[in-house]
Design a protein around this ligand. Structure first.
Ligand code: G3I
Length: 351
């Protein structure tokens, strides 16, 4: 068939198979994403388990936002950005509150979306009773066990994957000096993983970190940690590559790095993807951002053990970036007004 005839029939096929029912001229152009059912649908077609997003409770009152969030063709997986963290779930010792976490879990269940638990043990968003308690090693071990097993146990059967340990490493590959490491050494990691696995044996247990997406000292240290855990028989099913990137600075070694993790016998996931820029955004920056999203998705696509991709919230309106990196933002595939940006097309093109 001639190219023009092929494109014409492709346009017809799209027009009769996909919503919206009345295709635009743009929708018939090669490379257009106007007619894709959603990012998750594209990821599934490409053989991945999911494409998902983080979300947070205060955002759920914005109906233009939830209309996109609740579309399980767009997002097949949800992570609670804050409401399953330690300060939210055990604000006082032994007092557990799951109200906000349950809202997110119920939303995912209602929509038929996979749920990622985030997280059991992290140095941030800890209540002061943990950081300032001056606990001895035995007591802190028991506190970690109680927290992880109660949290993971509460969501037993509903969570596919838990970020059990979040951000245990410094950029130079050494262990982060936080209350857990300072009291227990690296043994706290095994304690948390064992407690989580025991509480929900069917959930995949992960370690999640940033700046381990490309080859380097931190990624090497994470590989050594995984090797060491495995050699001790500690449960470790996967590694989360957070992937908070900067426009034009996506590492060039994503694929090799993921392959090296996979060779250790763990799965890999992109868990918190966004690509920030120095504001104001320009057409050139948005075009580079599109390429960057495409590069990251294509890297996951190239590695069979990369199971899925989570965006760290899908709209610039609710991105964490501007408050954490003043002067930067526009890091997600939908703008402040919930209009798709070129980055959306980049994700589709990456699969
Ligand atoms: O809950 C309080 C609220 O009571 C108060 O009125 C309000 C005023 O600022 O703050 C609220 O807490 C904020 C919390 O999000 C909930 O909205 C914190 O100030 C704010 O710092 C916190 O930010 C979160 C951040 O983790 C904390 O480090 C972001 O939303 C969340 O997206 C971000 O997520 C992390 C991942 O968990 C781990 N990887 C990095 C990623 C980005 O930092």
């Amino acid at each position: 068939m001639k190219t023009s005839a092929f494109l014409a029939s492709l346009g017809w096929l799209l027009s009769v198979t996909a919503a919206p029912a009345s295709p635009t001229i743009e929708a018939n152009l090669p490379g257009s994403t106007a007619n894709v059912a959603g990012l998750h649908a594209v990821a599934r077609q490409a053989g991945k388990l999911y494409l998902g997003t983080a979300t947070d409770n205060p955002e759920l009152t914005t109906t233009a936002y939830t209309a996109i969030l609740d579309n399980n063709q767009m997002f097949g997986q949800i992570t609670a950005a804050n409401s399953m963290k330690w300060d939210a779930t055990e604000p006082q010792r032994g007092v557990f509150t799951f109200t906000n976490g349950d809202v997110i879990a119920n939303l995912a269940q209602r929509n038929g979306q996979l749920l990622r638990g985030h997280n059991c043990v992290w140095h941030q968003q800890l209540p002061s009773w943990v950081t300032a308690g001056n606990f001895n090693a035995a007591t802190l071990t028991s506190i970690i066990q109680t927290h992880c097993s109660t949290l993971v146990g509460h969501y037993k059967g509903r969570v596919r994957t838990w970020d059990v340990v979040n951000e245990p490493l410094n950029d130079d590959g050494s262990f982060r000096q936080d209350v857990f490491f300072n009291t227990l050494g690296q043994g706290y990691i095994a304690t948390a993983l064992r407690a989580a696995k025991a509480a929900d044996p069917n959930a995949k247990v992960y370690i999640n970190d940033f700046n381990i997406e490309g080859l380097g000292a931190k990624a090497t240290a994470m590989k050594n940690l995984i090797r060491s855990l495995k050699s001790q028989g500690v449960p470790i099913d996967g590694v989360g590559l957070q992937s908070h990137f900067i426009v034009g600075e996506v590492p060039t070694t994503l694929v090799q790095n993921m392959q090296e993790f996979a060779a250790l016998g763990v799965e890999v996931a992109i868990t918190e993807l966004d690509v920030r820029m120095t504001l104001p955004e320009t057409a050139a920056l948005l075009a580079q951002q599109k390429k960057d999203f495409q590069t990251v998705v294509a890297a996951c696509q190239a590695v069979p053990q990369c199971v899925g991709i989570t965006i760290w919230d899908f709209t610039d309106r609710f991105s964490f970036v501007p408050s954490t990196f003043p002067g930067q933002g526009a890091a997600t595939p939908w703008d402040e007004n919930l209009v798709r940006k070129p980055a959306f097309d980049g994700i589709v093109a990456g699969f």
